[in-house]
Design a protein around this ligand. Structure first.
Ligand code: FES
Ligand code: FES
Length: 80
């Protein structure tokens, strides 16, 4: 299985809608960050589904190293 690669070393702020499901790119290869565009094919990695509880702005992890995937937990600050 391939390793996730950082799409960027900071989160993506996205306005989400309550009840809507989002497919976060876990592999880092999507051209439509932070969401999956199918580019994970062949990597053994898969997107992670996430449903918004509220209509609000959330911060999706761009570095793919968060311990609270798919959301940013600040882990990008520890990347070199
Ligand atoms: Fe990255 Fe689908 S393109 S998980
Ligand atoms: Fe990945 Fe913040 S962008 S933990």
């Amino acid at each position: 299985m391939a390793e996730p690669i950082p799409a960027q070393k900071s989160p993506y702020g996205i306005d989400v809608v309550a009840g809507q499901e989002y497919w976060w790119c876990a592999c880092g290869r999507s051209k439509s960050q932070p969401f999956c565009d199918g580019s994970h094919r062949g990597t053994g990695l898969a997107p992670q589904g996430w449903t918004a509880a509220k209509t609000e702005k959330v911060w999706f992890c761009g570095c793919k190293s968060s311990a609270s995937k798919p959301l940013c937990d600040g882990s990008h600050n520890r990347l070199r």
